[in-house]
Design a protein around this ligand. Sequence first.
Ligand code: NAD
Ligand code: TYD
Length: 352
Amino acid sequence: MTILVTGGAGFIGSNFILDWLDSSSEPVVNLDKLTYAGNLANLAGCAGSNRYAFVRGGIEDDARVGEILRRNGVRAVVNFAAESHVDRSIHGPSAFIETNVVGTMHLLEAVRGYWSKLPNAGREAFRLLHVSTDEVYGSLQPGAAPFTEEHPFRPNSPYAASKAASDHLVRAYHETYGLPVLTTNCSNNYGPYHFPEKLIPLIIHNALSGKALPVYGDGQQVRDWIYVKDHCAALRCVLEAGRPGETYNVGGRSEMANIDVVLTVCSLLDSRRARTDGRSYDSQLAHVADRPGHDRRYAIDASKIERELGWGPAVSFAAGIAKTVDWYLDNPDWVANVTSGAYRSWIEKQYA
Ligand code: NAD
Ligand code: TYD
């Protein structure tokens, strides 16, 4: 049997594939369009594996997806493919609707076509796991109870709205066609291979480059941070034992205000690679204009997945952020390749 991962050249997808190949003997096919966020260097560790295959393509190409499913006898699909950055969605929502909404619908159609022709046992065992975000729930007031799976959807950015639409489509395919789907809604991830447009890798990169560390508004917005490997472990649990048609919230039990995240990164860098002038990296901090529609707080109640599937986060924020800072310090070539855009030229040459 084989699993199909879509969007596996991005941040979470590449961590998921690397962990999958380490912890399972089952082959993986990775279908990724290689947008700006897709980087095959993340998967250099799979190069020698005969259990890994890469296909460049989009989830919206249902004929291609159908062919991959049939040719490999796929027994499960894990969908990471998405446009994922809130700020980009504010500047240009259309790519978010194209991939996250229309693309997901085409993926669902391709999967439904394949699944409906499987023999009974294959149809029953088949799973589509849709990887989504806590941002679909909107913003929490300070002190309010964390999001449960029953929390109403109130997305506030075009990104969050497009992911909410995709979650609804996935649910509808279960209710209407009986497709055995699973959905996860996870909080903010951090860790290796995180594209440096997102807060944590951006702060590490800017600090080391002597640039300003931009903190939106008052920096008191709260996110519930989870180390990416913990998220990947939760996805493996849900794929293995989640109940079809259900959604599972996944979080790190680590609520932090943005300003505290930035100060933690600065102090780790101070202790590991001190500035030559002896000042702290926090002297580079700059409060900048707030993000429009900026959600004030996200927090996840993960008791359902903890209770039903026995998953819980294993890595504390203190341990995970130290590992993450060390990874960026140890991998300057990966960072340079991404920030210079060199990985793009390679992709264009390779797939010309
Ligand atoms: P990412 O932007 O790093 O990676 C997205 C990947 O999808 C890239 O490799 C890109 O090339 C690929 N892709 C984009 N459009 C595609 C298409 N049409 N067809 C095939 N591939 C396409 O994103 P990420 O941070 O790894 O997030 C992965 C998923 O997890 C997303 O669905 C996101 O909504 C969800 N999620 C992310 C977080 C987080 O903190 N990053 C938290 C919860 C959920
Ligand atoms: P981000 O990493 O973009 O994730 P998301 O918007 O999906 O939560 O941002 C995390 C938080 O950090 C969010 O509240 C916005 C804030 N932020 C900054 O303050 N400065 C920045 O330069 C970025 C990219 C984000």
